[in-house]
Design a protein. Structure first.
Length: 403
């Protein structure tokens, strides 16, 4: 046989999160626990199919009448419902038609389209992400050819926010620098920016003419739909121009459907039309048009009054369960390890927690107890339930005593 053209190509490095999941799946221990994967799980450790999703899917199954392509920018009712959810019914930016929104292939697809635009029209711009941030942020941005740097965010000594250092770093950025910000439920730390600091960030972005890209992947999982969108709405009200990458994977528990959106807040209706044309061009070059099913289901659920009420109730229940497990986790750790303070876990939001556990402790948990987490110590609080939280806390206590 002729030598393969692929024989010298090395294997790609394993994604940290996917690597943990693969190791978990290969583990045959019946009591194994996966705290690494970032998905919502119910009290029985299952990813649920929401009743609102089932009902909306049934409506779509009964009314779908074609399998033709969607428009490049997606389902129109989906895009308008997404705008209202993120920016609010009374948004001046929406009434003035200054927001361009298109359906994307998940939140990651929205990030990809945004960074491609930035690279094309602001080629000298560096993208600044929080230290730390979701690992795939850097991967997506660097793959687009954009230089990535960090700004201070998490303080491991206080398990809180480095707000002053963050603001000082942003004030030193060059105009047109891009800044990735998490709207709520910061991934991976769970440490969110408070309202006062958000206001200062908006002022710095305006003064320094920075280009924010807000990742809004967890709206509704923090304090609620309205509160979680408050930073985005405040920046829009201030007249800033920026991107918002959003996702329904978490709030609708529709991970495999890849339902996301990219919104761009511009300076005028004319600018919004131009931005729509440019983002559609980006879509055409990558995947031509988005998939239909997930967006149709979300659109029906958001725009059908009784289904909207049902979905918001189910979302509230998911949020409450995560908060309950966060409280139970912190309380049980306090009892199991009384000489160590884990109360900071209660101040975090969303599915994730920077637990303060070292990479060595995480490895011990995996090897001795079949409990899987990321080496950074990030755990998915939503993976905890009343059937596994006691054993998880006991294992953490045992490993910390030895270490």
């Amino acid at each position: 046989m002729a030598t393969s053209l692929f024989s010298d190509i090395p294997a790609a490095l394993t994604d940290p999160i996917l690597g943990v999941t693969e190791a978990f799946r290969a583990d045959t221990c019946p009591t194994k626990v996966n705290l690494g994967v970032g998905i919502y799980q119910d009290a029985h450790g299952k990813v649920p199919i929401l009743e609102s999703v089932k009902k909306a899917a049934a409506i779509w199954a009964a009314t779908e009448d074609t399998k033709s392509y969607l428009p490049i920018d997606g389902v129109p009712t989906y895009n308008s419902a997404t705008q209202e959810l993120i920016f609010g019914k009374n948004s001046a930016a929406l009434s003035e038609k200054r927001v361009a929104t298109i359906q994307t292939v998940g939140g990651s697809g929205a990030l990809k389209l945004a960074i491609d635009f930035i690279h094309r029209f602001f080629p000298e711009s560096t993208m600044y992400v929080s230290d730390p941030s979701w690992e795939n942020h850097r991967v997506i941005f660097e793959a687009a050819g954009v230089k990535v740097d960090t700004y201070p965010y998490y303080n491991p000594s206080t398990n809180g926010l480095r707000s002053e250092e963050m603001l000082d770093a942003l004030r030193r950025l060059r105009p047109s620098s891009a800044v990735l910000l998490h709207a709520c439920c910061h991934n991976p730390t769970g440490v969110d920016i408070d309202a006062d600091t958000w206001a200062q960030i908006a002022a710095v972005c305006e003064e320094r003419r920075l280009l924010p890209l807000i990742d809004c992947a967890y709206q509704g999982f923090g304090a609620g739909l309205e509160d979680d969108a408050a930073p985005v709405r405040a920046m829009a009200a201030r007249g800033l121009t920026f991107f918002v990458a959003s996702s329904y994977a978490k709030s609708f528990a529709m991970y495999r459907e890849r339902v996301g959106a990219l919104s761009v807040v511009t300076g005028s209706a004319k600018e919004a039309a131009v931005m729509t044309s440019q983002i559609k061009r980006g879509v055409r070059m990558i995947y031509s048009s988005p998939p239909s099913y997930g967006a149709q289901v979300v659109s029906i659920a958001l725009t059908t009054p009784d289904l909207r009420i049902l979905w918001e109730r189910e979302l509230s229940d998911m949020r409450a369960r995560i908060r309950e497990m966060r409280e139970v986790f912190a309380q049980k750790l306090a009892v199991a390890i009384p000489n160590r303070d884990f109360s900071f876990i209660l101040n975090q939001n969303g599915m994730f927690s920077y637990s303060g556990l070292s990479a060595g402790v995480v490895r011990e948990l995996r090897e001795r107890y079949h409990i899987y987490a990321l080496d950074s110590g990030r755990i998915c609080v939503a993976a905890l339930n009343h059937n596994n939280v006691d054993s998880v806390c006991a294992a953490i206590a045992d490993v910390l005593k030895v270490s």
